[in-house]
Design a protein around this ligand. Structure first.
Ligand SMILES: Cc1cc2nc3c(=O)[nH]c(=O)nc-3n(C[C@H](O)[C@H](O)[C@H](O)COP(=O)(O)O)c2cc1C
Length: 300
């Protein structure tokens, strides 16, 4: 069987994202991102997760007497990326506290399960680590989603307003520049019109591909209605690989030059000025509202 095809097929299954934590033999906190979490039994209360043998901390998870499952919330993409890839002290980068059995618990998680190891079953290149839940807590916040190698945020995307006529846009970053379109009234991010709701990222990706742009669409950045025109705008953050020159009708504007541009509408001007400011710290937030006013939501 082709392992890449198998991995891609597994990846079509939509999941949440968890961080599994424990302590190693020396007592140091260890953790990794996992979407193999599954609830198993209510009585006794059991769950499972599958740590891979490739993990640098595999020995700790295979031998642990206790472990915790932290179900990540929308906006915790950075936490997931840290526990999936960062090679330094992951816990130094992520706010956390210690719970039952002195297990590390990630702040802001939507559900947390502290477990006593129940069974460890070898399973190919992973083990099935089953835990008996001793402590549980949860909030009503929405969880972070994952499918096809990408995150999604159902709660936030629902709030962006299904149903209305929509303009979808992408704030496409290219090497410290943003790819802007030249509209009659001024500059605006790359736009895609007449889009059905749902699968918005795929729609933008496909539409931009027909314009010769290979773009990775990330999180929603701004959603607002233009009541006069009866249109809802939704803009995503996006990346494109290096390009020598912008395609016809577009230009590459350095982040620092954004606030000085003439934009197609005041609402787009506000959004791009906020983007230029937030890009300095890479600390992006989400705007939900209308063209006049709305709320900024922290994303990380
Ligand atoms: C969304 C997501 C889900 C993952 N699920 C699992 C999993 O279920 N089991 C696993 O062993 N690794 C999983 N990984 C990969 C590990 O998080 C990653 O290999 C690990 O953190 C690397 O740690 P290391 O550098 O200490 O080896 C997942 C990664 C991501 C981004």
């Amino acid at each position: 069987m082709n392992p890449l095809a198998l991995r891609d097929a597994f990846g079509r299954f939509m999941t949440g994202v968890t961080v599994i934590t424990a302590r190693d033999a020396s007592g140091a906190p260890v953790g990794f991102t996992a979407n193999s979490f599954t609830s198993v039994s209510l009585d006794p209360p059991l769950l499972l997760v599958c740590p891979g043998r490739f993990l640098s901390t595999f020995a700790a998870f295979e031998a642990c007497t206790h472990f915790a499952v932290n179900v990540l919330a929308e906006g915790q993409e950075d936490v997931s990326n840290t526990f999936a890839g960062y090679k330094g002290d992951r816990f130094a980068k992520v706010p956390h506290h210690f719970g039952a059995h002195e297990l590390p618990l990630i702040d802001g998680a939507v559900a947390q399960f502290c477990c006593k190891t129940y069974q460890v079953v070898p399973a190919g290149d992973h083990v099935v680590l089953m835990g008996e839940i001793t402590d549980v807590s949860h909030t009503d916040a929405a969880g972070l989603g994952y499918v096809g190698g990408r995150y999604f945020s159902l709660g936030l995307e629902r709030e962006t307003g299904a149903g209305a006529a929509t303009v979808l846009g992408a704030i496409v970053e290219v090497d410290g520049h943003v790819l802007m379109e030249q509209a009659e009234t001024g500059m605006r991010p790359v736009q895609v019109a007449g889009t059905p709701t749902g699968a918005q990222r795929d729609h933008i990706t496909a539409a931009l591909k027909t314009r010769g742009l290979r773009v990775q669409i990330n999180q929603v950045y701004s959603a607002f209605s233009d009541d006069e025109a009866g249109v809802r705008h939704t803009y995503y953050l996006a990346h494109a690989p290096h390009m020598d020159a912008a395609p016809a009708g577009m230009c590459l504007v350095p982040f620092s030059a954004l606030p000085a541009q003439a934009f197609s509408t005041p609402a787009i001007g506000h959004m791009m000025t906020r983007f230029a400011r937030e890009a300095q710290s890479r600390n992006f937030s989400l705007y939900l509202g209308d063209a006049e006013g709305g709320e900024i939501h922290a994303l990380s």
